[in-house]
Design a protein around this ligand. Structure first.
Ligand SMILES: [Zn+2]
Length: 132
């Protein structure tokens, strides 16, 4: 089978379809989460604009913290969604399931837990060490 040869990890076309669906549905979930978080952060902003007049320092500090939390949540969702997008792209390319760092195949058990993983555990750890 052509697809099998292209992917080379012993997965059938049916498996690939299943992985694609799983990645896509997680991607869509993250899109919904993002939209919801976006609405939340806009509500926070409107509340902030609406009643800044009578605020003391402590109140506006809390609001800034809430807004920062909303912003970092939005960023985190976008990051995660980008990982799924990347994984889908690799699936199309036929490189899904192969480590981007060392080129070995990523254990199926790892992909089951982290379907968007693009590196094996040891490459992930060495990347994190470099980033730290
Ligand atoms: Zn690796």
């Amino acid at each position: 089978m052509l697809v099998n040869e292209a992917v080379g990890t012993g997965r059938s076309a049916g498996d690939i379809d299943q992985i694609r669906r799983a990645l896509k549905s997680r991607y869509d979930e993250l899109t919904v989460e993002y939209d919801e978080a976006m609405v939340q952060s806009q509500v926070l902003r409107l509340v902030e604009i609406g009643d800044t007049a009578g605020d003391d320092q402590a109140d506006s500090g809390t609001k800034t913290a809430e807004r920062d939390t909303a912003q970092s949540l939005l960023r985190a969702i976008l990051d995660r969604r980008a990982q799924f997008e990347h994984a889908l792209h690799r699936l199309d390319e036929g490189t899904y399931g192969w480590c981007e760092g060392c080129g070995t195949s990523i254990p199926v058990e790892r992909l089951e837990i982290f379907p968007a993983a693009t590196t094996c555990v040891s490459c992930k750890q060495s990347r994190e060490r470099r980033a730290a």
